[in-house]
Design a binder for this molecule. Structure first.
Ligand SMILES: [Zn+2]
Length: 288
């Protein structure tokens, strides 16, 4: 029995110059939105953004991290999902003001999508595309056609009430000189994929869904990859941020506030460090 949730599948189509990805999110998405009290439209946006980040992360050919951020002048100041090659995801949205509607434009106003790719080894890359039209998928397709010059199609779905999200990505495999054949294959698979429905993606096992979409094709699947919510915050990371203030800075803060109270933006974990717990930072290190 394979699970239909929190899993990313990648596959090839035998004899066709196209490859695909399918991501289905359940618990991991629930964890990203839980406790934040986001309006439904913002939870929805984060669900689509999370599916998009999973799909993008799976296109990386190296180990590293990716962050997909939407930034605008609307009531949603930003929404961001970070992920890595192990499909460990976290994300957050910041709202300031009243929502005037559910469309991307209502939420974000004039906005950009900023995609940052941070390889474990090598240089970071940042791509910025204006968020035009009313779908994240269009914006991402535009990003792929400009940054990677690869025909790409993306479908994204989220339902905040059910706390389910998911999506699919299709890409040309440019492995022959016959450009026309590649595009024909891609169009053919795109048409089949465009019949995908949110409810199927949320409820069907990946194998059943792929059979439903492509039963006349031979789909060759790679090993499924689990997707999880991993915040990555820790006491140690907080302490190293505090240490950066220097002894004087720490003392000043303590005299004003008695302690450092920190809340993780992503998972809302609260950390508290008082003078006693910070004493190792306040006493000069022994000289060796
Ligand atoms: Zn955290």
């Amino acid at each position: 029995m394979t699970t239909s949730s929190d899993v990313l599948n990648r596959y090839l189509f035998e004899g066709l110059h196209a490859r695909g990805e399918l991501v289905q999110l359940d618990q991991s998405y629930k964890q990203i939105i839980s406790n934040h009290n986001y309006p439904a439209a913002v939870s929805q946006l984060l669900g689509e953004l999370m599916a998009a980040t999973c799909l993008l992360t799976a296109t990386l050919k190296f180990e590293g991290e990716i962050s997909v951020q939407l930034q605008g002048d609307g009531p949603v100041k930003y929404a961001v999902i970070n992920g890595d090659h192990q499909q460990q995801m976290r994300g957050v949205a910041k709202i300031d003001g009243e929502l005037t509607g559910d469309s991307l434009n209502n939420l974000l106003g004039k906005a950009n999508m900023i995609i940052t790719i941070i390889p474990d080894k090598g240089e970071r890359y940042q791509g910025i595309v204006a968020l035009e039209g009313d779908s994240l998928s269009q914006c991402l397709e535009h990003y792929f056609s400009t940054s990677e010059q690869l025909d790409t199609k993306i479908w994204l779905f989220a339902d905040a009430e059910q706390a389910k999200a998911g999506g699919s990505l299709l890409q040309v495999v440019p492995d022959s000189d016959d450009k026309e054949q590649q595009l024909n294959d891609f169009d053919h698979i795109s048409q089949l994929t465009s019949t995908i429905k949110a409810e199927e993606l949320f409820n069907l096992d990946a194998n059943d869904l792929l059979y439903r979409l492509y039963h006349a094709e031979k789909v060759m699947m790679f090993e499924p990859q689990p997707v999880s919510f991993v915040c990555g915050c820790s006491e140690d990371k907080c302490l190293s941020a505090i240490a950066n203030l220097g002894v004087d800075g720490i003392k000043e803060h303590l005299s004003e506030h008695q302690a450092f109270n920190m809340t993780c933006d992503f998972c809302l974990t609260q950390y508290r460090f008082d003078e006693a717990t910070l004493s190792p930072l306040l006493t000069p290190k022994a000289q060796h």
